[in-house]
Ligand binder design. Structure first.
Ligand code: P6P
Length: 346
């Protein structure tokens, strides 16, 4: 029977996920994990948008494993993300920017997916209501880490096994995405079949499909670097940065756009083209961004959109982390722009 296509067919994230499951692109457990992540993001969106009202701005008064002052919302967002994942029953291990070590999830009873995330990236922007975001990546289950979590397994052997199972190269990612809390709440997701963009409709609290199979422009004259660090960069990078300011044959130099929030700068780069960079410098020998739950998920997304994610010399997705909070330099965006900086750094 021919189904009349309704003129007003809305595809929500929920219906989109079920369709991918029916196509066999993801299994039932992954569908549930992704749905639980979208629920966490909706909760964080409402917390972020009401932060000044509910006294959730400012610092928590603690320092995280990164040595950074934890904001109140860093802690709350981490709790929201962790509890949504745990209650999904399909997550085996979680690794968060806000947790010192990976956490084996006892409540898991099937699927056992490994989820890495930064629950609230760019939280220093919260008090000024500037864009922030949550970033996540999902790796295949790894039961070895969960084996004999009984009382006989000493804690550090379980922890060590969890670190090993979590420290996988980005090439192993099954899914990656982010939720940007900005003028719109935007959920961006790839399961390896292209990049899909969903916009939260506050009228009824659902993420609605607004862009599919996004392709990043091959080039773009927008760069997002913190040039305050220029004096600490090595000479090759300084030459690259200087070259962006020459008008060139087009007669126009590049434009600088820097939000100070990776998710905001990345999303603009994905849609408009250009490059985001957080290079190493004399102070931060490996740059600032973390490989496992910032650089690798964003690089999976950008490659799915036809872009490039590099540490300046190699693909981010080829790098295997040796510890969960490992930092790497990051250059990510349009292929021609990333290749241009790689040439200067060769
Ligand atoms: P800087 C936020 O703390 C973050 O991790 C990214 O979201 C952002 O792009 C970068 O650091 C900003 O760092 O040193 O320029 O303030």
């Amino acid at each position: 029977t021919s189904k009349k296509k309704s003129s007003y067919e809305i595809v929500t994230l929920t219906t989109w996920l079920l369709k991918q499951e029916q196509r066999g692109d993801i299994d039932g457990e992954m569908t549930i994990v992704l749905a639980s992540i979208s629920t966490a993001c909706k909760q964080i969106a409402s917390l972020v948008q009401r932060a000044p009202i509910s006294d959730l701005t400012g610092v928590q008064g603690a320092v995280n494993v990164q040595g950074e002052d934890q904001k109140k919302l860093d802690v709350v967002s981490n709790e929201v993300f962790s509890s949504c994942l745990k209650s999904s029953g399909r997550t085996g291990v979680i690794a968060s920017e806000e947790e010192d070590v990976p956490v084996a999830v006892e409540e898991s009873y099937s699927g056992n997916y490994i989820v890495v995330f930064d629950p609230l990236d760019g939280s220093s922007n919260i008090d000024a209501a500037v864009s922030t975001g949550s970033i996540f990546g999902i790796y295949s289950p790894n039961d070895e880490c969960l084996a004999d979590i009984g009382d006989d397994a000493t804690l550090d052997s379980v922890e060590q096994r969890c670190v090993v199972s979590v420290c996988q190269p980005g090439n192993n990612l099954l899914a990656a995405g982010y939720c940007m809390y900005s003028s719109s709440v935007i959920f961006v997701l790839t399961i390896g079949t292209g990049v899909y963009v969903f916009t939260l409709d506050p009228m009824y609290g659902e993420f609605v499909l607004t862009q599919e199979k996004v392709q990043i422009p091959k080039a773009g004259k927008i760069y997002a670097f913190n040039e305050g660090n220029y004096a600490m960069w090595d000479d090759k990078l300084k030459k690259y940065m200087d070259s962006l300011k020459e008008p060139g044959d087009s007669g126009k130099p590049y434009s600088a756009r820097y939000i100070g929030s990776l998710v905001g700068d990345f999303h603009r780069t994905l849609l408009y083209g250009g490059i985001y960079g957080y290079p190493r410098d004399k102070k931060s020998k490996n740059g600032k961004l973390r490989l496992l739950y910032e650089c690798a998920p964003m690089s999976f997304i950008v490659e799915q959109a036809g872009g490039k994610g590099s540490d300046g010399h190699q693909r981010i997705l080829d790098i295997t982390p040796t510890e969960i909070h490992q930092r790497v330099p990051l250059f990510i965006g349009s292929v021609e722009e990333v290749e241009k900086v790689e040439k200067f750094l060769a």
